[in-house]
Design a protein around this ligand. Structure first.
Ligand SMILES: O=C(O)CCC(=O)C(=O)O
Ligand SMILES: [Fe+2]
Length: 321
């Protein structure tokens, strides 16, 4: 690929890459894109108009992984998961007035397993006429601005984390709205309430894990606040109130507007985040608007974690569907 055609447009978090010739993605181009990804933590591509292209671009950043959550896997290709579409997570009610599908609070992908995945690329194939944005936060930039005192507190600190799915439980630090109750079927014109493609028994399938609160990025060396707030139960060794205060403080800090990029989608945009450095969230869309995404996952997870219960057994991931 003629690399001089590449144009990099820095965003407040990450960068948009223009001028990529997807038909000519050779090893040299892949290495240039990879270096940009490490530098910026998050890249936006456009015109990714097929599954083959999506997977081909993802492979510039590493090998692919099959996602550890069988229910969301895309039937046509095991290296993709499907978001939204017919399987929209249950709607959320904000202050009893606002119903949305596909709202996902702040998290890092697969942080409920001992190995937090390296990164993921999300391509939007159906875009709602309004809302439906994805938020990405740079936890390395957020770390840099912490006071020396808070930085010290993170050294050696670990937290217990547990997968938490379901609409009514999304009231914790990291939620981007406040759920006050489940939506009723009348509030959802599509009658999709509760049809999320999985049931809440998934919450007990993954044994709780322990991860460090501070990560030194294995490739860039940058320090990151390594939390996935939605899944954090508590910081190990802290009193409950102290733990909660620290979680709220760090989550509020990481999600300040200066560390957050809000992506408004165009069909066939594809965004790729470094899951070690960034966390992300989904704003949600109106129930009568379509939204469907396909997402690939990068292999090479960081084995930073362990099971909280040393006798816990890893779940059967049904890889041979
Ligand atoms: O739907 C979105 O905008 C984000 C979904 C998400 O969390 C993911 O693809 O990992
Ligand atoms: Fe995610």
């Amino acid at each position: 690929m003629p690399l001089r055609s590449l144009e990099i447009q820095p965003l407040n978090v990450g960068a948009r890459v223009h001028g990529v010739d997807y038909d000519k993605l050779d090893a040299k181009a892949a290495s240039v894109l990879y270096d940009l990804w490490l530098e910026y933590g998050f890249l936006v591509f456009s015109g990714v108009d097929s599954i083959e292209r999506h997977l081909q671009i993802t492979r510039c950043f590493g090998e692919l992984e099959i996602h550890p959550f069988p229910e969301v896997r895309f039937k046509e290709n095991p290296f993709l998961i499907e978001l939204g579409g017919q399987k929209a997570p249950a709607a959320m009610v904000y202050d009893g007035t606002e119903v949305r599908l596909n709202r996902i609070p702040w998290h890092r992908d697969t942080a409920y397993t001992p190995g937090i995945c390296k990164g993921a690329m999300l391509r939007m194939v159906e875009v709602p006429p309004e809302e439906g944005e994805t938020l990405v936060a740079d936890t390395a930039a957020a770390y840099d601005d912490l006071s020396a005192d808070v930085k010290d507190r993170l050294v050696g600190l670990e937290y217990k984390a547990t997968l938490r799915l379901g609409s009514i439980d999304q009231t914790r630090p990291g939620a981007i709205w406040k759920t006050v109750r489940e939506a009723t079927a009348e509030e959802d014109p599509r009658g999709k309430i509760g049809d999320k493609g999985y049931d809440d028994s998934a919450n007990t399938r993954y044994p709780s894990v322990v991860h460090p609160a501070l990560l030194e990025h294995p490739e860039s060396g940058r320090k990151c606040i390594f939390l996935s707030p939605t899944y954090v139960d508590y910081f190990i060794g802290l009193e409950p109130a102290e733990s909660q205060d620290l979680l709220v403080y760090l989550t509020d800090h990481m999600t300040k507007p200066k560390y957050v990029y809000k992506h408004s989608w165009t069909v066939d945009d594809a965004i790729i985040w470094d899951n070690r450095r960034c966390m992300h969230a989904a704003v949600g869309n109106r129930v009568d608007h379509p939204r469907r995404g396909l997402r690939s996952t990068l292999a090479g997870s960081l084995q930073t974690g362990r099971y909280f219960d040393p006798n816990a057994v890893a779940p059967d991931l049904q890889l041979a569907d």
